[in-house]
Design a protein around this ligand. Structure first.
Ligand code: BG6
Length: 505
């Protein structure tokens, strides 16, 4: 086994909400991948907790179904250490019984085993579960000893607005130190997202350009082709702003816009991110919201029986008069020395033409066009350079620039220099949960959200949702399933060159 990692003692990973989707789809496959890479330097035991009456054997069978061939090849090593306990996470008696089971399962190393409690629960159960764990003494650990640690991973959504996030932070803070709390945002575990900081701060050439003098706009697109499918009930209480902008897009923005941290230490990185989030100009007054925000809702074309062509209002669990947005575009501003005046154009939506996430940094055009006269053809025109950071799929980066086409005259052609993960690396990129689970086990919180970051991000988003519920708020603009979203979003580019990036650009 690889022993180079920080983990010295056995670990129990206790997953609350174990019978839900996340364990089978993400968490257990991530543990298998880590086991395959021999990333665990000490034994790991997994204990799933849920109210459903299941045996460990039955749970293992369910989990196995979701594994791919590679992951199945280590299953025989992991399976004996995977257990299931039927318990109500918010009930004190159940939790005490769980503690007895955990001690029994840990056997000889009960006194030194670290514990990671993973709350893959409905958000309403976060606080009662923490309170029950605390009352049973299951969160106590000695900060001066590195064994028998206790940490809690909290899944999203972390609150539904600033007030509920603040309240949740207070509840967590009553029972845990901040360094025991791991608020997850799976985008931070993506290789391409981690690479934003490496790209910016391990290369000296970008920093002199990375500011308002040289950058005209920053675009962050997280487009999805999936519809809400069978998640209508949840989605209708959330919408694109809460589901995607408050967490994933705000994190991408913070990584692109933050100052260089002094190190990759969790406090150093997160302190820089929170400064940027706090510098976002609130779209406070209701009239400002609609100058800077466009929301949309997908509509079916009525021509297909196939449910993937349903409009949002036809989805199961969605009220027929719902005004929940399935698309949102925001023009944000960051009020600091580096970024003042540079629009940050943020866009996300379901049921769009294709699935792609990318960040486009558009640089300012050269101050004079020495090749072009007044009659120049379109092909000669200046086009600003762009840096495209492709998060998914076809992960990589690309710089677009103009060159002269061979031949008479001065016909310009746009070309690019690129880096593709698939060409450069032969190894597979780990799934986000693989990295995040390992980091939480090892006590590295750099890729998790600190409480003040979550609050700063909600503060910005709350101002937008206040606009949504105002009596004179316009209805979401309709857009067809499989389109690029409502055309109203193009107006957010007012006063600057360019438009939203497309997958085939
Ligand atoms: C989740 C959202 O957090 O992220 C989903 O709740 C969304 O609605 C998903 O589909 C997107 O994640 P990814 O990794 O597929 O881009």
């Amino acid at each position: 086994m690889l022993a180079s990692r920080a983990m010295k003692h056995p670990v129990q990973v206790v997953i609350f909400g174990a019978s839900g989707d996340l364990s089978a789809r993400k968490l257990i496959p991530a543990l298998c991948e880590n086991a395959l890479r021999r990333a665990f330097a000490a034994p790991v035991q997994v204990v799933g907790v849920s109210r459903s009456p299941l045996t460990s054997e039955a749970w293992r069978e369910q989990l196995y179904e979701w594994l791919d061939e590679r992951q199945r090849s280590v299953w025989h090593e992991l399976a004996p250490n995977i257990h299931y306990v039927a318990a109500d996470a918010s009930d004190a008696t159940s939790i005490e019984a769980l503690e007895a089971t955990l001690v029994e399962l840990a056997g000889p190393w009960a006194a030194v085993a670290g514990r990671l409690y993973y709350l893959a629960l409905k958000p309403t159960l976060f606080a009662p579960t923490i309170e029950a764990l605390s009352a049973a003494g299951m969160l106590q650990c000695d900060p001066l000893r590195d064994e028998a640690w206790r940490r809690v991973v909290v899944e999203k959504p972390f609150g539904r607005d600033l007030a509920t996030a603040q309240w949740l932070n207070i509840v967590l803070g009553k029972h845990l130190r901040e360094d025991q709390i791991y608020r997850i945002d799976h985008y931070l575990g993506k290789e391409t997202v981690q690479n934003i900081l490496a790209f910016r701060f391990q290369n000296a050439i970008w920093e002199p350009l990375w500011n308002r003098q040289h950058i005209e706009t920053v675009q962050i697109n997280v487009c999805e082709s999936v519809t809400v499918g069978d998640r209508g009930g949840y989605y209708d209480t959330s919408g694109a702003l809460r589901d995607m902008v408050q967490n994933h897009i705000m994190q991408l923005l913070a990584l692109v816009a933050m100052e260089a941290p002094t190190s990759m230490d969790a406090e150093a990185v997160r302190s820089e991110k929170v400064k940027v989030l706090r510098a976002l100009v609130p779209l406070g007054a209701a009239e400002d919201v609609w100058q800077s925000v466009v929301r949309g809702q997908y509509v079916g074309d009525g021509a297909h029986e196939n449910s993937s062509q349903n409009g949002y209002l036809d989805e199961a669990g969605v009220p027929s008069d719902s005004r929940t947005e399935t698309f949102i575009a925001v023009r944000a501003q960051i009020h600091n020395w580096r970024w003042n005046g540079v629009p940050f154009l943020l866009r996300t939506g379901k049921a769009m033409r294709s699935r792609y996430s990318e960040i486009v940094i558009r640089f300012r055009a050269p101050p004079a066009d020495i090749f072009g006269g007044p009659q120049q053809a379109d092909v000669c025109r200046l086009r600003p350079n762009e840096l495209v950071i492709r998060i998914q799929p076809d992960e990589g980066m690309r710089i677009r620039f103009l060159v002269k086409q061979p031949g008479p005259g001065a016909v310009m052609r746009q070309t690019s220099l690129g880096f593709d993960y698939s060409d450069t690396f032969s190894e597979r990129s780990p799934d986000a949960y693989e990295r995040l689970l390992l980091d939480a086990i090892e006590g590295n919180a750099t890729l998790f959200i600190r409480g003040d970051e979550a609050e700063a991000s909600w503060r910005f988003c709350d101002a937008i949702s206040a606009g949504f519920v105002a009596p004179d708020a316009p209805s979401p603009s309709p857009y067809s399933v499989g389109s690029t979203g409502p055309h109203e979003a193009d107006a957010l580019f007012q006063g600057c060159e360019g438009t939203w990036s497309h997958d085939d650009d």
